[in-house]
Design a protein around this ligand. Structure first.
Ligand code: GRF
Length: 203
């Protein structure tokens, strides 16, 4: 059994795709132990509760400084003894200590074909704004391991999505989610659960 923690910040549609894929058998032998948000108002927490999953908020606002928040986040994750941490729309800059401790056991979904439109400042709608501004005809999404850099870890899966004429960032974001993110994030977790992608230190 692959035990996972899902870290979120917002609406949680990627979390929902994971929940639905486990229920529908498209992800095998996997259990979501906890959903953790940095944002108390994240709808993702409601999705977790509605599915009987522990839903926890660890907010920087509740701590005097970043270090105390970092320690609290790490302690909360440790509490659940998970095999894998899935960042599903998580906007927190993960503490270095956490990335080190869970080296090769954290994956992220990014809404572009890395190495395009990734790195510092490329999150949410900004990614799609940049893609449209550059005039690319194909974009997509990437699931990758998380290392000390931003969006630099080993790539696990990518899926292309066509850009269409008159796309707005919002329209493109929705298409990338529907056609790519909600497909490859569950698929990557299933591959890990089946041992087709190995966890652990990336060398
Ligand atoms: C997705 O576009 C994801 O790629 C990005 O943030 C968004 C999260 O959406 N990192 P949701 O919270 O899963 O609905």
């Amino acid at each position: 059994m692959l035990n996972i923690a899902v870290l979120v910040s917002g609406g949680g549609t990627n979390l929902q795709a994971i929940i639905d894929s486990i229920a529908g058998g498209r992800i095998s032998d996997t259990s979501i132990k906890v959903v953790i948000s940095n944002n108390a108002g994240a709808y993702a927490l409601e999705r977790a509760k509605a599915n009987g999953i522990d839903a926890v908020c660890v907010s920087p606002k509740s701590y005097e400084n970043r270090e105390l928040f970092n320690d609290a986040l790490l302690a909360k994750i440790d509490e659940y003894h998970v095999d894998l941490i899935v960042l599903a729309g998580c906007l927190v800059n993960l503490p270095a200590k956490l990335v080190e401790k869970y080296d090769g056991r954290i994956i992220n979904i990014h809404p572009s074909l890395i190495p395009s439109f990734c790195g510092r400042g490329f999150y949410g709608l900004k990614v799609h704004e940049a893609a449209l501004e550059r005039g690319v005809k194909v974009t997509g999404a990437t699931v990758h391991f998380v290392d000390a850099g931003i969006d630099t870890g080993r790539i696990i899966l990518q899926k292309p999505v066509m850009v269409e004429q008159n796309d707005t960032p919002q329209v493109l974001q929705k298409r990338v989610m529907e056609q790519a993110e909600w497909v490859i994030l569950p698929q990557a977790i299933d591959m890990i659960a089946k041992g087709e992608v190995k966890l652990g230190k990336q060398s």
